[in-house]
Ligand binder design. Structure first.
Ligand code: URA
Length: 212
């Protein structure tokens, strides 16, 4: 699958008012109808136009290996497909330099790219959605519950889709969504590794049932 030009243009246009750059279409394929939804690309991803190629991507690769799924067989995307950044001044070798840093996407940015994600949901027809972190989870479920409460538990039910009034509303269709911590969170909070291990064991069982 290739994202049609009009969808890419729509995404680029709708994100223009915000401090975001680049546009990462997606990674992998919809062979297994498994859709992984992250948060937003970082600097490397925005430059190369590929999702999860930085440090968090390495963690994601290890997670996929744990559950026995090849990266090219799953569809990898994010709630926002451009890199949200902020300018910050930092002192580097005695000189002050202004540099762009990653930041989490805002609600407005998530809404800006909602029609793109909705398009992908229709094309991929996921049998299972795996969300990485709270932005992806909140985008599809609308829930603001803390990750520590909901990670590793399968949700089955409607998800949020954008309507003609630019609002997110619940779908008629039921989806299966498995929320995980974002792989980057394991880098700055290694104590989450044990929780992730348990969640991946649960997910592996789910996938074995689903794919057999
Ligand atoms: N985090 C995401 O959610 N997506 C990426 O592509 C990289 C980091």
């Amino acid at each position: 699958m290739v994202l049609p030009d009009e969808i890419i243009q729509l995404g680029r246009e709708r994100i223009k008012p915000f401090a975001c750059e680049g546009f990462v279409a997606y990674g992998g394929s919809f062979k297994e109808h498994i859709m992984i939804i992250g948060e937003a690309p970082g600097e490397n991803e925005a430059i190369q136009g590929l999702p999860f190629i930085g440090r968090a991507g390495k963690v994601l690769d290890a997670m996929l290996e744990d559950i026995g799924v090849a990266r090219q067989d799953v569809y990898i995307t994010s709630a926002v497909k451009s890199r949200p950044f902020q300018w910050k001044e930092k002192k580097l070798q005695r000189a002050w330099v202004c540099k762009k840093y990653n930041r989490p996407p805002t609600r407005e940015e998530v809404l800006a790219h909602a029609p793109v994600l909705d398009y992908e949901l229709d094309r991929v027809q996921p049998r299972l959605i795996i969300t990485l972190g709270k932005v992806g989870w909140n985008r599809v479920s609308g829930s603001t519950a803390m990750m520590s409460k909901i990670h590793g538990k399968l949700y089955t039910g409607p998800i949020l889709r954008m309507n003609g009034n630019e609002e997110l509303e619940h779908s008629q269709k039921s989806y299966r969504v498995f929320p995980l911590y974002h792989p980057a969170s394991l880098l700055y909070k290694p104590s989450l590794k044990e929780e992730m291990k348990k969640d991946l064991t649960t997910l592996k069982v789910l996938l074995l049932e689903m794919l057999s």
